[in-house]
Each structure stands twice: as structure tokens, then as C-alpha cells.
Design a protein around this ligand. Structure first.
Ligand code: ASP
Ligand code: MG
Length: 460
């Protein structure tokens, strides 16, 4: 079997849903199990609804409920599904649930994460019911599977993590008979339930994770993530309009890119697939004929195995902390005393460079920085620089390729580089620059690595 996930824009309008049905139908022989996100914009509106209700802004909350339901009612009508009674039941249930939740938020007077998850799950509840109904109307026999009965998670509302063995038993029992009958199971993405049966969600963008996790549970041959771009790109197209599709990449490369914000995959999305060695493809539901990006364990067959930069990622909104302590000269324990503080204040560090008496780190610019600086100042001098960005060249084995740093930095004449990191992994050369140079730097590197004869419009 294969797991297929369709994102919010893929189910955002009638035309898109019709295309999704065609795509599913083209995969019938491979036994697809389908995971679906909420209809585009719905989750954002459900977040606003939670806020409005918790702040006793009833008019706004009621408006939002109205808009959300209206959008789905219109979609149902446009798809000619108004006659489906189970769909009308799902709609009335969503309507009742949202009204009840609005009251519970009002009573709580704050956005309780547990209530929020219940509220957000309504989006995927509706979209999955609509897709099931439409598939059935097209003679593709589909069965709704409630994610809350298949995916058991911990109880961290808003960022729950699924539990493999607990889920496996349930998911196999629910999905296997449907697949054996040649029908298509359809499940909400993003949603699960804890051991007490309380609805949880995985964090924004979490439907991708649902798909890879389901794929792992059911030992899928592959996982297909259907979205609204052609695949993973060589750079962010909003900075580099001529960014190209990457044809193949390894799990390691993709995870690195996901972490650095390539806006295609949720950072933890790939983990279940990596653990089981299941290939993941990123595909465009608007252009199903495009081959997409295939992410696998090894890069075999990839440009003849030659180490090459595959993508240029970046992360902005960073601050650099330069931490110096002459007292610590030649002493051990300096690094651990610094990192203990980041640990205590739950602040992730992205990049680190050290010298004998100083350490520089990058962190997301946030309110906690003042507190961190205060504590660090007890035993060191700290200089803070805001407005920084990390640029990260990613490609299997680029760090082992002689001359690669020269190629990267040779392009950056005149650019002030604050920190450089190379060698921590085989696949990543990263450095820190001023945010104001970001677009220039990414474009220069993109021209260097992706233009020329092999680059003209060709996927990498
Ligand atoms: N609907 C959720 C969100 O918008 C989950 C997802 O789309 O993956 O974040
Ligand atoms: Mg998404």
C-alpha cells in the first residue's frame, strides 16, 4: 500500500478536489490510504475563533463559525454533494461542536490547549468527510477512518507526538480490512488522541507527519505528500524566482532543509519514514504529471554520485551572542556552563563557533535574550548582534569535496560573514550574515551552483 497526503490547497476548491480524486484513482492499484489537511485557511480561522471566544468576543467568534461553515457548505454544494446525509450529519456535528467550544472557551477565559486542539480538529474532520463523500460519488469506494481511533499520542496538546506500538495495533485493525476490500481509507491529518481518548494535534503543518507516520504503521511502499508546489526547490522562490525542482534527495538533505525552513516539509515529518526506510515523494496536486521530488535513504544515481550543492536554505530573525571569558582561559567546563544556561532557558542554539576564550552562538531573536545575557554576564562578557541570518548550502558529501568552501565563499566578495560552520555534518556548509545581505547572497550562490548548461530549467 501507499500513503497519500493532500494539503489544504489541494482540497481548497471544487476543481482541486476533483483533481485529487483523479490522482487517487490513478493510484488505485497500489492500495492508497489517504490523509487530508483542513481546507485552506480553515485552521487559521479556527485559531482566531479560539482567541476570540476566549476573549469573550462573541460577535467575532460567531462570524468566524459562520464563515467556516459557509465555506464548507459551498464546497459541498459546488461538488453536488448536498444529498449526502452522512455529510450533512458531519456538518451539523461540526456546527454543534464549534458552538459548544465557543462557550467552553468563554467559560475558561483563556485559550486552553486541550480545547484548542478540539477546535482545530474540526477542520480536518470536515475536509476528510467531504473527500470521502466526493470519492464515493465518483465510484471510488472510500471509507472515513477517524484519526482519533487510529493514532494514539502523548498528551502534549498542540504539539502531540504519536506513540508507535499503541497506534500500530489500532491502525492495522482499522485500515487493513478496508484496504483488503479494495476501498480507499481516508483519515484526518494533524489529529490524534491521547490514551484517555482526548483529541490532540501535532502542531501546525502536522498533516505531513500524519502521513509518514501512517505509512510507517502500515509498512507503506511509499508516502506521497501532495502539495501546491512542484517539489522541494533549490531555493526559496520568493528570494530566487528561478529556483528549480530537486529531482532526488536523501533523507539527511531533506531534514536539513526542513529545519532551515524550506517551506515544504514539517521538520519532524520525515522521521517515521527514515526509521522504516520508506521513500517520500513531494508532488504538486495542480500538476500531477510533474515528477516531484523523491526523498530516499541513498542518493544513488544522483548526478553520478558526485557531491554537489542541492539547495540553498536560510533562516532569518537570528541574533548572535559573542560570549567571552578570560577567566576561563585554558579551563574546562566553559562550554558546559554556557550550554546549561541555554538548556535551562529552553532556548535552542543553531550554530556555534569557538575560540580559546570565546564562544559565539546564534539563537532566534526573542524576548528571552535579555534574560540569557543577564545570566551569562555573571561569568563572561556578552555582546549581542541582532538582524542576522544563517545561509546553509546543503548537499550530500559537500563537506568532503576538495575546494567546496572556496567555491561557496569565492562568490561572497564584499559580504560580511560573522560565523562559519563546516564539518559538523557531511552535508552542510553554513554561515551567518547580516539579514540585509540575505537575498543578494542566496542569489549569488544560486547562480553559482544552478545556472549554466545543466541548470537551464533542468531539475537538479
Ligand atoms: N491544518 C493544519 C494546519 O494548517 C495541519 C496541516 O495542514 O498540515 O496547520
Ligand atoms: Mg501543510
Amino acid at each position: 500500500m501507499i500513503a497519500m497526503k493532500f494539503g489544504g490547497t489541494s482540497v481548497g476548491e471544487p476543481k482541486a478536489i476533483r483533481r485529487v480524486a483523479e490522482i487517487i484513482s490513478s493510484r488505485r492499484a497500489r492500495g492508497p490510504a489517504v490523509v487530508v489537511s483542513a481546507v485552506a485557511k480553515t485552521t487559521d480561522e479556527l485559531v482566531s475563533l479560539s482567541d476570540a471566544a476566549a476573549n469573550a468576543n462573541r460577535d467575532r467568534a460567531d462570524d468566524l463559525i459562520g464563515w467556516i461553515l459557509e465555506r464548507h457548505i459551498k464546497l459541498i454544494a459546488d461538488l453536488g454533494l448536498d444529498g449526502d446525509t452522512s455529510l450533512s450529519q458531519a456538518l451539523s456535528q461540526a456546527s454543534e461542536d464549534l458552538t459548544r467550544l465557543r462557550q467552553r472557551f468563554e467559560e475558561a477565559g483563556k485559550v486552553e490547549p486541550m480545547l484548542m486542539d478540539l477546535c482545530l480538529s474540526t477542520g480536518e474532520f470536515l475536509s476528510s468527510h467531504i473527500l470521502v463523500s466526493y470519492l464515493n460519488s465518483q465510484d471510488i469506494q472510500a471509507v472515513w477512518v477517524d484519526a482519533r481511533e487510529a493514532i494514539v499520542t502523548d498528551s502534549r496538546f498542540g504539539s502531540a507526538r504519536p506513540l508507535f506500538s499503541e497506534s500500530r495495533r489500532l491502525a492495522c485493525r482499522l485500515f487493513e480490512p478496508i484496504l483488503e476490500e479494495g476501498k480507499v481509507p481516508v483519515m484526518q491529518g494533524f489529529v490524534g488522541a491521547d490514551v484517555r481518548g482526548r483529541t490532540t494535534t501535532f502542531g501546525r503543518g502536522g498533516s505531513d507527519y500524519s502521513a509518514t507516520f501512517l505509512g510507517a504503521l502500515l509498512e507503506a511502499k511509499s508516502v506521497e505528500i501532495w502539495t501546491d508546489v512542484d517539489g522541494v526547490l533549490t531555493a526559496d522562490p520568493s528570494l530566487v524566482p528561478e529556483a528549480k525542482r530537486i529531482r532526488r534527495m536523501t533523507f539527511e538533505e531533506a531534514s536539513e532543509l526542513a529545519y532551515f525552513g524550506a517551506r515544504v516539509l514539517h521538520p519532524s515529518t520525515l522521521r517515521p519514514a527514515i526509521e522504516r526506510g520508506i521513500p517520500v515523494s513531494v508532488l504538486n496536486s495542480m500538476k500531477p504529471e510533474v515528477e516531484g521530488t523523491k526523498i530516499t535513504c541513498s542518493s544513488e544515481g544522483d548526478r553520478g554520485g558526485e557531491a554537489t550543492v542541492k539547495s540553498i536554505a536560510y533562516k532569518e530573525g537570528l541574533s548572535v551572542l559573542n560570549i567571552t571569558s578570560t577567566r576561563m582561559l585554558m579551563a574546562y567546563g566553559f562550554l558546559s556552563s554556557i550550554f546549561r544556561i541555554f538548556n535551562q532557558l529552553e532556548t535552542p542554539v543553531d550554530l556555534v563557533a569557538t575560540s580559546e576564550v570565546s564562544v559565539s552562538v546564534t539563537v532566534d531573536t526573542c524576548e528571552k535574550i535579555d534574560q540569557i545575557v543577564n545570566v551569562l554576564s555573571e561569568f563572561s562578557e556578552v555582546e549581542v548582534q541582532h538582524g542576522k541570518a544563517i545561509v546553509c548550502c546543503v548537499g550530500e558529501d559537500i563537506c568532503r569535496k576538495p575546494g567546496m568552501p572556496a567555491q561557496v565563499f569565492g562568490e561572497l566578495e564584499g559580504i560580511r560573514i560573522t560565523l562559519i560552520s563546516q564539518g559538523a555534518s557531511r552535508i552542510n556548509i553554513s554561515f551567518v550574515i547580516n539579514e540585509s545581505d540575505l537575498s543578494d547572497v542566496v542569489n549569488r550562490l544560486h547562480r553559482k551552483f544552478f545556472s549554466g548548461p545543466s541548470g537551464e530549467g533542468a531539475p537538479v
